[in-house]
Design a binder for this molecule. Sequence first.
Ligand code: ZN
Length: 307
Amino acid sequence: MRKQYRYPTELIYDSYWQGSPDKHTANGRVIRFSVKNTDHQNCAICGRNDFEVGFNTYESTPGAAKLGSVISNNFGEQFSFTEPHSPVTCPYCEAVVRPQFKDLNGIVANPSLVSLIVGKGKEDDSQPRIKRILTGDFYKLMLEPPEPPFIFAFNKHGVGKNGTHFIYLAPVNYDRDRYVISYYDEKIMVDRQFLDEVWVRIVKKDPANNVMSTGALLSGLRGKRIEEIITKRNQERTQNATGAAKNKATKAFAKGKSQKVFEGSEFSSDPDFLTRALLQDNFRTLGLFFMSIASQNANSKKTEEAA
Ligand SMILES: [Zn+2]
């Protein structure tokens, strides 16, 4: 039977580090030293207490270099820990609270394959088990997530700089059809069937244009009374209304342009599809999905121009 994971840090410990993490060093010196956890205190970060040997959460080990603690003095996110007061951190969390993960845009991993989502210019040093992918690539993993158990996690800003530690916040997924993407401390439930539908009905037809216009359209429709828009539109159709009635329907949109995009979209003939697209989790799923596709479009455009 395959191993069950409750903690994302243990999954990365087993996959990225293959159960045997490098010692944490700075300038070539080992700076984190293990401490005994014989009284089984809880890990500050994940809360587990089933480990015999851990690391100091906040205090440097006596005699060790200054940076010997897992958490540095200027880390301000302890509120997100399970047991923030605990002086000890488990070896699994220690192995992922490291600089090389802090700089990532995101990570998608199961026990046998790790995809590190990185910025441009960092994508070259892939190994068979550890791949580096760009923002423009992760939408493929949204459509085809790894075999469970897996995590799908983004750093604080998803793209760009100023990241922080984020892997410990990712839920471990056991279902490829309904899974959670963590976006730092937020959770987005992905409905893969809905995503497939968007892929077929919207993206595949004209990725460059449809992703941009659909994203803008949905953002414009957020907060509006969707039922009202749909009802008015249906009235308009059945009664073949002109004048005032028609104006009312048009006014439900911010601008005439949105109206036109809406009329030409898959949503105009399928109110249910629109309603589903505007559900919070689906809407946020599309935000990430479209961001990745738009990034890929921008990259391939640049490549074409350069050729
Ligand atoms: Zn832990």
